[in-house]
Design a protein around this ligand. Structure first.
Ligand code: BDR
Ligand code: CA
Length: 343
């Protein structure tokens, strides 16, 4: 069904004769509890700071995964972000390689050798908790049943491992809002595959086959949002501590996009998933069934069947529904990022 969740919620309320205005997440008084599973990563860092600054979100933990950089760097970078904000948010180290396939060289040409744009960051002061990421996710889900939104913005290895530890995880988690995949657009690491899904296609297929509420915030929308320097300059003026940090780490990332012919701002991948959590009404979604190609030429492709497929498309017919983002109000999303980071 092609309509935003916010409009859909309000439509249902009107149909039922409910007169009260139904709040979006951003308007809810109780912040949404989230665990961000990330491979920071420049845009991961931008997403984590977005969530830490948003009054609509309560970050109850950050879990790390290999991907944009090696797990040691990703974990140190997550700790650096927590230090920067002065938040007391636990950071749990996660998977250092995919479930089945071999680990590949991280894309230092995108995020820098250290994952955060090679700006010479000091070692973080904070320490990781003594629990692996997957176990942390399970324990938090048991502690807050039905309350947690999982926001994976890297390869989905930790999420698949958590499902292996606790088969009831789908009932314990409120929803999953992930950055990854490409439904109707081309990939970014191959003509058909998006980087996070390609990073661990076996884990991704497990996540898409699990009957829980999943929203895929993929390249269909993230490549439609471009962040330009003037917005970052305004944030740096309003909030020098975070704004100047974001400005510095994004210089390397911006150059990478320019080297690929993307001018007029870099793509806003991971912050888009946080934007969805804060205000799903910014996005248009379709209900679909998604399966992932595990290997071969199309490795990491998210084959997306929109609507209910015919029964003889067995692999998709048997898969659960997933909400796939296909449209975004880019201007409003950028405005949300700016106002949140300027606080
Ligand atoms: C995704 O891949 C990584 O490079 C980014 O951090 C983002 O999560 C985009 O394809
Ligand atoms: Ca990422």
């Amino acid at each position: 069904m092609k309509m935003s969740l916010k409009i859909r919620t309000i439509t249902v309320a009107v149909a039922l004769g409910i007169c009260a205005v139904v709040p979006t997440h951003a308007e809810e008084s109780t912040p949404v509890k989230v665990i961000i599973d990330a491979d920071p990563g420049v845009d991961d860092a931008m997403a984590i700071l977005f969530a830490l600054q948003s009054p609509a979100v309560e970050v109850i933990g950050i879990t790390t995964v290999f991907g944009n950089t090696a797990i040691d760097n990703a974990t140190a970078n997550a700790l650096t972000l927590v230090d920067l904000v002065g938040a007391s948010v636990p950071v749990a180290r996660g998977a250092e390689h995919p479930l089945v396939k071999d680990l590949r060289e991280p894309p230092a040409f995108v995020h820098g050798a250290d994952g955060l744009g090679e700006v010479g960051l000091q070692k973080p002061v904070g320490k990781v908790i003594e629990k692996a990421a997957a176990q942390f996710i399970v324990d938090m889900a048991r502690q807050y049943p039905g309350e947690i939104t999982l926001v994976p913005v890297g390869p989905l290895t930790n999420i698949a491992l958590a499902l292996g530890i606790e088969p009831r995880l789908p009932q314990l988690i409120k929803e999953v809002v992930l950055m990854g995949g490409a439904a109707r657009v081309e990939g970014n690491v191959s003509p058909v595959a998006e980087a996070n899904i390609f990073g661990d296609p076996h884990a991704a297929d497990i996540v898409f086959k699990t009957p829980w509420r999943v929203t895929m915030v993929g390249l269909d929308v993230t490549t439609r949002v471009r962040m330009e320097d003037d917005l970052l300059e305004r944030i740096a003026k309003a909030n020098p501590k975070l704004g100047e940090f974001i400005w510095s780490i994004t210089r390397f990332y911006k150059k990478f996009y320019e080297s690929r012919g993307v001018y007029g701002g870099f793509y806003v991948h991971d912050p888009s998933a946080i934007a969805y959590v804060i205000d799903p009404g910014l996005f248009e979604t379709e209900t679909a069934r998604v399966r992932v190609v595990p290997e071969g030429l199309a490795e990491g492709q998210t084959i997306t069947a929109i609507g209910t497929p015919p029964a003889f498309w067995t692999a998709w017919y048997q898969a659960p529904d997933v909400e796939v983002c296909l449209g975004v109000d880019a201007e409003a999303m950028l405005a949300l990022y700016e106002s949140t980071l300027s606080r």
